[in-house]
Design a protein around this ligand. Structure first.
Ligand code: FAD
Length: 408
């Protein structure tokens, strides 16, 4: 079966795909989003912790009240032995969104702007003619349907099956963390406006665990790790961590999901003739935190602008589309490189060194320096803006020294 041609087909109705489609539709393009699931946002596997500044930059904040579960003014970082370092700002800097409702909200904005959504439409493969991507083949109700398009945007998330067909490197060639996310009830002793982060080889080797209070003793609790079984690590956090075990001793998990997070930095090439890759499929994720929603949508907007220009010029060649990658790099690359370095240093530290580091940050009063924190997406920028402060210099030097002692 063959379907009428679209300007642009977007594969995947997650935040990156829907935001790309929304921006294309606003520019007057004819766009369809193909989503394999029967509903947008399902199944949910994300904590939905987003920076308010990042959302504002994308023109998405304030969000509707039903989408936002809570807002946070700060965070407590716990070392494996229970030392604490706290950052607290005078007003909220981040929020927790209900990811199902968030994804549905972005899709609704896109639909209102004119985007068509085809649900239950799993893209099986790309149509490639003489090296050019010319559309996709989907499976709907067991029928194979050919959908021609001038341009295909791949926003299928970390599974990146289509990227593999093209021969481009997929996030799987880079670093993937195994992650678990839960909705948990009966959580005690939390501060409603504070996220808690648990560091340490014992609980989340190579990354961290989180506890985000939402409301009425409920919280999102999860972790991501380079090694180990996420379910076992979560159990250990809940029963053995000196601080988390107290808060979670009576906790009941009402929902649990498992998924991967790509944190190795963007894939080397994100364009081909007639084809662009955005979001987790391109590994456009913050290497320090695993947050991919803001960066994925930031690149989605750049993809939409590039696709629009390609439509105006009727030029879908990779020679033209490479500008997409250049623009994404201009926006994100320096920060992502910086975060990759910080990640390598921080998560290489032994549990003893982490205990000392957190203790040192508290002793030098680092929390006072970070009281007016706003920028948390672009972390290199945050450091550059605060480097005049001797406490920051001390903190960075201590981290560097601890890393060098670990390595040598
Ligand atoms: C446990 C965990 C916690 C996280 N917490 C946070 C957080 O707090 N903050 C944050 O910013 N990020 C977080 N992330 C990362 C975040 O979930 C991703 O970066 C984000 O969802 C990427 O959006 P996306 O649109 O690129 O991909 P996705 O959200 O994965 O969307 C891809 C969509 O494509 C569809 N699809 C896939 N293949 C096909 C196909 N062949 N045909 C049709 N449809 C297809 C899927 O069904 C899906 O709807 C977390 C991730 C995990 C695993």
């Amino acid at each position: 079966m063959e379907h009428d041609s679209s300007d642009v087909l977007v594969v995947g109705g997650g935040p990156s795909g829907s935001f790309t489609a929304l921006n294309l539709a606003k520019l007057g393009c004819n766009v369809e989003v193909l989503e394999e699931d029967s509903g947008i946002g399902l199944p949910c596997h994300c904590a939905g912790h987003l920076s308010l500044r990042g959302l504002r930059r994308l023109g998405l904040y304030p969000l509707p009240r039903r989408v936002v579960e809570n807002t946070y003014c700060g965070a407590i970082f716990h070392s494996p032995e229970g030392n604490q370092f706290r950052v607290h700002c005078s007003s909220p800097i981040t929020c927790s969104v209900n990811r199902v409702l968030f994804d549905k909200y972005i899709a609704k904005l896109a639909q209102e702007a004119g985007v068509d959504y085809l649900l239950n439409s799993k893209v099986e493969s790309l149509i490639i003619e003489e090296g050019f991507v010319k559309g996709v083949v989907t499976e709907r109700e067991r029928d194979k349907v050919r959908l021609p398009a001038k341009l295909v945007v791949d926003a299928e998330g970390v599974s990146s099956r289509i990227v593999k067909q093209t021969g481009l490197a997929s996030p799987r060639h880079h670093m993937l963390l195994k992650a678990v996310e839960t909705e948990t009830e009966n959580v005690r002793d939390t501060e409603e406006d504070t996220v808690e982060i648990f560091l340490g080889e014992k609980y989340a080797p190579g990354f961290y665990a989180w506890l985000m209070p939402t409301s009425d003793g409920k919280a999102k609790v999860g972790l991501a790790a380079e090694r180990g079984n996420p379910r076992q690590l979560l159990k250990r956090l809940m029963f053995k961590h000196p601080v988390a075990s107290e808060k979670l001793s009576k906790a009941k998990i009402s929902h649990i999901s498992f998924h991967s997070i790509p944190v190795g930095g963007p894939i080397p090439k994100t364009f081909l003739d007639g084809f662009l890759v955005v979001g987790d499929a391109a590994s456009q994720v913050k290497p320090t935190t695993g947050g991919g929603v803001i960066f994925g949508m930031t690149c989605g907007r750049i993809a939409a602008e590039t696709a629009y220009e390609a439509l105006c010029k009727d030029d879908f060649s990779s020679d033209f589309l490479q500008i997409y990658q250049k623009r994404c790099q201009e926006k994100l690359e320096a920060d992502i490189r910086f975060m990759l370095r910080i990640r390598r240093m921080l998560y290489a530290l032994s549990d003893d060194k982490l205990d000392d580091l957190i203790d040192f940050f508290t002793k030098i009063g680092l929390e006072q320096t970070l009281q007016n924190l706003e920028e948390i997406d672009f972390q290199r920028l945050l450091l550059l803006r605060t480097l005049w402060n001797p406490r920051i210099v001390l903190a960075v030097s201590y981290l560097l020294l601890s890393y060098l002692q670990t390595k040598h």
